[in-house]
Design a protein around this ligand. Structure first.
Ligand SMILES: [Mn+2]
Length: 430
């Protein structure tokens, strides 16, 4: 029995005020698309089957390395985070899975947690291990690295933690383990680049060996932070080399914020796919570095170009194209539920626009070296306002036409502020 957090009547009443306008906008867009041979209902069907996971840790105000400014009603444990994630999915109908993080989300009974999520209409996405910080009572410190640490016992501890994450994930019904290590250096000469990668590969292969048959190991690269001179899995090159070394179940995960400035991320997407190694995405946006800003808030065009490559990849699948999509951003100045509602809409919108690209026209222009018409094939799709398609998909699934309006009308956060204990101050996660 599903028990969603918000009143279905409240959503229906809010929708009723917009229904007529939505029908008009959808019909008008349908006529416009029909003139170019696109069936809007077919696009609607594709959008309705699209989904992106939300991270459990994204439900709280992340803060920065400098400070955290909690808001009243913020979740304090995995149960409250699940409830918030259920609100996001109830309104958006596009975020039906939660990506957990261990040990942050550890409970004594994972079978019960799985049922608790199911009752909220939620499933589980990739399980995230954490060997970038020490936990109370931990035997060996990660101060000098985890999977690549010089110390054998430290590496073994990191391997065992990852294997424990797989075991927890099996209980939850997940099939992906995302591995990001903070391992790296702050000084030239601090570590030998080759030997630290050798140690990483050796330890990662032990994790890989523990993967069930239907599982994948997603390697997330990051150029800097917390290490600022070098990181062990720094870029997509290191990531794909490691994934190729580990085996077919190892894939690369692209976090949009984890690249050098101005890198052509859409091209990286195409490259990883070409070699069957594109495993997943962490969506966010950035201006300067790994800023973890809301998806599509700074550079929505880049997000569209990434989805353009993903749609191309889907039409030209290699080695089981099935990337895992997740929002991964830090909410420092907004209500995390509102940010993820807004981000889910931005991400789905870019997917929808990518579906509208006239692929025949694009490919023909590319083949005949007609640069301007190739560009225009993309620009025409990018310029279309797909909001009516997204809203129709939400309404059909029980969601809200205007997600932020319905959320504010629900007074959800104010109610939670009465029920939940206050979150402490302090520095946030990075
Ligand atoms: Mn990430």
């Amino acid at each position: 029995m599903t028990q969603l957090p918000l009143s279905a009547d409240l959503i229906a009443e809010a929708n009723a005020r917009h229904a007529e306008a939505l029908d008009e906008d959808y019909d008008a867009l349908g006529r416009k698309l029909a003139r170019t041979g696109i069936d809007i209902d077919a696009v609607l069907g594709r959008v309705a089957s699209f989904s992106v996971a939300v991270p459990s840790w994204g439900a709280g105000r992340g803060g920065t390395r400098f400070a955290k400014f909690p808001i009243p009603g913020e979740p304090t444990n995995i149960h409250e985070k699940l409830e918030d994630c259920a609100v996001i999915n109830q309104l958006s109908r596009v975020t039906p899975r939660v990506s957990p993080h261990f040990p942050w989300d550890k409970v004594s009974d994972f079978a019960a947690l799985r049922e608790e999520a199911a009752a909220l209409g939620l499933g589980w996405d990739a399980v995230n291990s954490n060997t970038f910080q020490d936990q109370p009572g931990q035997a060996h410190t990660y101060a000098n690295g985890s999977l690549s640490a010089q110390d054998t016992a430290t590496r073994q501890q990191a391997v065992e933690h990852n294997i424990e994450c797989i075991e927890i994930g099996q209980q939850l019904g997940s099939t992906d383990l995302t591995v990001w290590v903070g391992d790296g250096t702050n000084f030239p000469g601090q570590q030998d680049f080759a030997r630290s990668l050798d140690r990483y590969l050796d330890a990662a292969s032990q994790v890989y060996a523990a993967l069930p048959d239907d599982w994948r190991m997603l390697l997330e690269h990051k150029m800097f932070e917390p290490a600022f001179y070098s990181t062990v899995i720094s870029d997509w090159g290191s990531s794909i080399l490691a994934a190729q070394e580990l085996g077919p179940k190892a894939k690369c995960l692209v976090d949009l914020g984890h690249h050098a400035p101005n890198v052509n991320i859409e091209q990286i997407v195409a490259r990883l796919h070409r070699f069957g190694k594109l495993g997943g995405f962490h969506f966010n946006d950035s201006k300067y570095g790994d800023d973890d800003l809301d998806s599509g808030s700074i550079n929505p065009h880049q997000l569209f170009l990434v989805f353009n490559e993903l749609v191309e990849a889907e039409l030209n699948p290699r080695d089981g194209f099935n990337p895992s999509y997740m929002i991964d951003q830090s909410h420092n100045v907004t209500d995390p539920i509102e940010s993820m509602l807004s981000s889910a809409e931005a991400i789905t919108g870019c997917f929808a626009k990518a579906l509208l690209v006239d692929r025949d026209a694009l490919h023909a222009a590319q083949e005949s070296n007609d640069t301007m018409m190739a560009f225009q094939a993309l620009r025409r799709a990018y310029s279309i306002d797909v909001a009516p398609i997204l809203a129709k998909a939400r309404v059909a699934a029980g969601g809200a036409i205007d997600v932020l309006e319905a959320y504010r009308l629900s007074q959800y956060r104010a109610r939670k502020a009465q029920e939940r204990r206050a979150v402490g101050l302090g520095a946030g996660i990075v």
